[in-house]
Design a protein around this ligand. Structure first.
Ligand code: DC
Length: 212
């Protein structure tokens, strides 16, 4: 069976957790597409070629393999920053589309989460979800998460980083973050992560023809 679930949304809205919950419930493959941009960024940094990103990043993106997703340090701050920089390059985005579409079509079903899955990568996905939450709530969640890791940004600084990320994600010329017209909106502001995941599972059940 082939069945694609596309989950998009801004940073810290809960889409990764929801995507994992859906994948686990239905035993689908799961791809966090942000990792692809992070792999390319990490390789550029390792090569010391960040300043040559425009020429080098598309080549690295074209050569990406599934094994790269297990690289260490993909969530480190310098990698996050470099990933945001290369995500605006159309040649990088194009080079990563093939891998994402291959993954989406895998036998057994697939969940992909990112920014442009329902709009650009998989416009024909059987189920599309747009997961969001109010800016201050996303900032609070990210603050707690960072605090737990021992990072020392203030709540205000975290809110600023969320605003910068949102501006980059929604303002870029290619594949900006936006809700696909046929995506189901899931606002997690007032929901626990468990109830948000349960709602997403119900939407997928319905898409599979199993729900009411
Ligand atoms: O979700 P994340 O923080 O791991 O994403 C890393 C970077 O990649 C971030 O700058 C947004 C970008 N990205 C993107 O442009 N398109 C996607 N489908 C996924 C991530």
């Amino acid at each position: 069976m082939r069945f694609t679930v596309a989950i998009d949304g801004p940073a810290a809205a809960g889409k990764g957790t929801i995507a994992r919950a859906v994948a686990e419930r239905f035993d689908f493959h799961h791809l966090d597409t942000g990792l692809l941009y992070r792999v390319v960024a990490r390789k550029l940094l390792d090569l010391g070629r960040l300043d040559d990103a425009e020429s080098e990043a598309p080549v690295l993106a074209a050569g990406l393999s599934e094994a790269d997703l297990a690289l260490n340090g993909l969530r480190d701050d310098p990698v996050s920053e470099a990933a945001a920089r290369i995500a605006v390059l159309p040649e990088v985005r194009n080079a990563l589309i093939g891998f994402q579409r291959w993954f989406a079509g895998r036998e057994g079903g697939a969940v992909l989460d990112g920014r442009d899955i329902g709009t650009v990568v998989c416009p024909d996905a059987e189920v599309k979800l747009f997961v969001t939450a109010a800016e201050d709530i996303r900032a609070r969640r990210r603050y707690r998460e960072m605090h737990g890791r021992g990072e020392t940004l203030t709540p205000d600084e975290v809110l600023q980083t969320i605003r910068v990320r949102d501006a980059l994600d929604t303002g870029r010329g290619v594949a900006p973050l936006r809700q696909a017209v046929d995506a189901v909106l899931l606002d997690t502001s007032e929901l626990t992560i468990e109830s948000a995941a349960a709602r997403a599972v119900a939407v997928v059940e319905k898409g599979l023809g199993r729900g009411r």
